[in-house]
Write a protein that binds this ligand. Sequence first.
Ligand code: 4AZ
Length: 247
Amino acid sequence: IVGGSTSIYGNHPWQVEIEIYKRGDGFIHHCGGAIISPLHVLTAAHCLKQPALSRHDFRIKVGDHNLRQSDQDEQMFEVENFTTHPDFAVGGHYNNDVAVIKIKAQRGEGFQMSRFVTPACLPTSYTSYTPGTHCQVSGWGLTDADNYFSKPHVLHSTEVLLLSDTKCKELHSLRGYGQGMICAGHLDGGRDSCNGDSGGPLACNIDGTHILMGLVSWGKNCGQPSLPGVYTDIQYYLNWIKSVMLE
Ligand code: 4AZ
């Protein structure tokens, strides 16, 4: 997250941390995600669908805040299976960048819900997409796009505004912006998601309720003027998400 601040403990209770196993390093931060049920996490397909990766390469943490310590409300799970969208293409533009992870229950139980671990509310087909809506994007991604070492230990968040589909198309015309995507940011730059935030939640204030409208997907650099971040449009994939959750 660039142009944001450290989040207040418990302010993003649907935030998930996805770790990946790296030989020599063990499990390290990989991506964000969002809790959508006691057993399911939503994330970006590009976080999971890479050659030679299986469910054993990932580990899921909820209630996490500081990656360098075991937080009071932290819970860790293995992955039972994950389903990437059938039309997501590795290597191409990030079309259909959505995936559902089912976690492996522990003693028959999934996430223990609390004030600090809470599922996100999904939009419905009636939720109206209004440009200018205030949203929060959160994650452990870079805080400085030009510095690969600017990886925070503590969860960061910032406010971004939903932009109209017309504006997103205009600004990302040649970069593959299209159906199933929304964009959010500030035309004068500054506040944005960045590398390492992928898959994480874009939670928007709609009539006073936080609704998971997007997942961090891609962008051109981070926080640059007229280059808003691009997010997977959750509303567009509702039917697919619900069908996978019923499997
Ligand atoms: C990335 O590399 C990335 N500013 C994620 C989000 C954005 C740019 C890049 C959006 O994962």
